[in-house]
Design a protein around this ligand. Sequence first.
Ligand code: GAL
Length: 365
Amino acid sequence: MAENYSFRPGELWLDDNGVHINAHGGGVLFYAGTYYWFGEHKIAGEAGNAAHVGVHVYSSTDLCNWKDEGIALKVSEDPRSPIVRGCILERPKVIFNPNTNKFVMWFHLEPKDHGYAGALSGVAVADRVAGPYQFIRAFRPNAGVWPLNVPAELKKELSAEECAQLDQLDVAGGPRPWYPRQLLFRRDFSSGQMARDMTLFVDEDGSAYHLYASEGNGTLHISRLADDFLSPAGQYIRVLPGRFNEAPAMLKWRGKYFLYTSDCTGWAPNPARLLIADSIFGEWTELGNPCIGPGEQVANTFNSQPTFILPVNGASDGFIFMADRWNSADAIDGRYVWLPIEFKHGVPTISWHDSWNLDCFGCPV
Ligand code: GAL
């Protein structure tokens, strides 16, 4: 393939074999001088919204030319496996643990044929960055642990009767004025918290965090990972209960934490949101929509939904907003919208560019 040194959001992005990159809902790990892009491998048609292949990985040294490194985590052919072919496996992210020398992958998992009711987190691990990754387990995080930021009077499990009443409410579909802000995490205290759209974030001190849409997608959780990154550490907070933030993606810049999210409208795009905090465990404050441009573009996040913020190696102000332009009718044709983050008065904004390259961050092209 011809060398390519620019990003063209929304167009076909070809790998070294001339095939459209197949890594949706993805994230990028920079390791030993190379970027690794992990994402959902989708197949054609509506069937492609479920996992038939696994997590695909590509490598690059310049973020523009990508080499196909194959399937990092394969779905299983064993019907008893939680990651059996036909399950829903979304938004995989990989981080490296320098203490164990392992690469750790987390993803959102829905058991086969149960829609989105499972709300599980899956974990897999590998000795080599491109895999193969071994699936370890799938579970609902933080069972038996109260969030750090709820008052003592709310640290009380719901009774069976209260749970039964709650089950009558349809909280799955999106914002409701009557969303039960203070009930779902208490219902799920013993069995673990629901976890759907997710990302991972490694802080400067090496601590890692799992951010996931919980409580019927109505409330985000930020949950610290244990030192080996394989399980929750047992410390987490709830962020803006009832605000229905999903598709979380985080960056840290000059000591401040910024969290990008979307609203909750399934595959259809909606206005992105930006939140800020001085500490990862809050207080989190909403800043509004980070997109700049014509109304329509701002209203649908350039027809995309966030998945990850990619810190550009060697550029202290260089971050790429990675988002998906889903095509749920033909999942394999989903497009990638990568745009440079532009700090304006300390706020990391996003504007449309038909074509752009890394020299906007002062990087040589
Ligand atoms: C979106 C979510 C995607 C996928 C989709 C299914 O809201 O961000 O990752 O789960 O819903 O409808």
